[in-house]
Design a protein around this ligand. Sequence first.
Ligand code: AOS
Ligand code: ZN
Ligand code: ZN
Ligand code: ZN
Length: 424
Amino acid sequence: MKLNKEIIGNHNADLNSRHQTKLQFTASEVANTEAIIEKLMAFQIAIPSWALGTGGTRFGRFPGGGEPRSIEEKIEDVGLLHKLNQSSGAISLHIPWDIPENYQSIKTLAGEHGLAFDAVNSNTFQDQADQKHSYKFGSLQNVNKAIRKQAVDHNIEVIKHGVGLGSKSLTVWLSDGSCFPGQLNFRKAYQNTLESLQEIYAALPSDWKLFLEYKSYEPNFYSTTVADWGQSLSYVQKLGEKASTLVDLGHHLPNANIEQIVALLLMEEKLGGFHFNDSKYGDDDLTAGCVKPYQLFLIFNELVEGMDARGMNHAKDLGWMIDASHNVKDPLEDLLQSVEAIMLAYAQALSVDRKALEKAQEENDVAKAQEILQNAYRTDLRALVAEARLRTNGALNPVELFRKSGVRNELIKERGAVTVATGL
Ligand code: AOS
Ligand code: ZN
Ligand code: ZN
Ligand code: ZN
């Protein structure tokens, strides 16, 4: 359907000569272009099922047309992205916004699109129609044991769905916290949360991982029970080897040095993965790299340095995921832009002259260190990302081809002009 090899081939043929000129120029500027292209070809990032439709804001939602209405349609949408960029080979599901019913047929469909199932996400931040107890005052932290149990059971249920689909990790993000001083005994909230997490951890299959995401505020505005990387780290260290911290770029207090957090978590062997996005103010969930591309590069710079130092596999040893929400853009175009920005930052980090940087650091040559980083950041490596796509049969310019081929109109015809959101 929609996009086939021929359409992509024609698009590439049209753009190829200009692309080759740019590629040659880049190769003349950057020493290790081949090694960078190979790493880019191996890189895959998971698309969150909830980002395939318009999320809106708490003030309103302006639904787009042709948004996916079922897990099957979400898989088809990620399949489209993957066909275009060959780097979105996984989907991250959210239970109960997604309820996989027939594992085998869903797995077969995903397989046809070349997709794997990445981390499954639990939801104890909303009350579902059929649930006995409310999470109004928290889930895993709740003062009421029965409520904690309900939340633990839900997470175990999510693991079961994940096992059915071949997923290998669970991401836990808690909205637990308090709105006003005095509402919560912090120590008890911590202890209840730890005990609940230990029960979830005990239900993990041996080859699974648990990612504990932190967030400084929202929806609770006085305290959050897993508020920052130190707090997440304190839980995951107690839980054990399979547990690690997940960094969502939008979850920090203003001006936090995220790249330093990343470096230290990696050093502690407790960096599990990412929710990539960008923000101006808070948890804005904007397109990766749209506001602070230099920060994104600096994060990847720490990742490349730290992963190489530990002998880690860039493609496999971390959970690469996007977490995004759209209000005004076509979700699929937005996700293509995010994947592109992430890969560009990765390419830039791979192009940093590590030896020269290390030398500058050892010699306290501050100006030189800055020159090295900014030279890498300011060299245009877009042709390398495009070349990685070309070699894997993706499109040279995914957003342009998505538009030209009229995919959205076809989806609107098929699914309707106004579709309801299945998530946030
Ligand atoms: C919430 O702020 C967190 O970023 C979650 O990771 C995520 O947005 C949520 O699980 C969406 O489903
Ligand atoms: Zn997130
Ligand atoms: Zn968030
Ligand atoms: Zn977010």
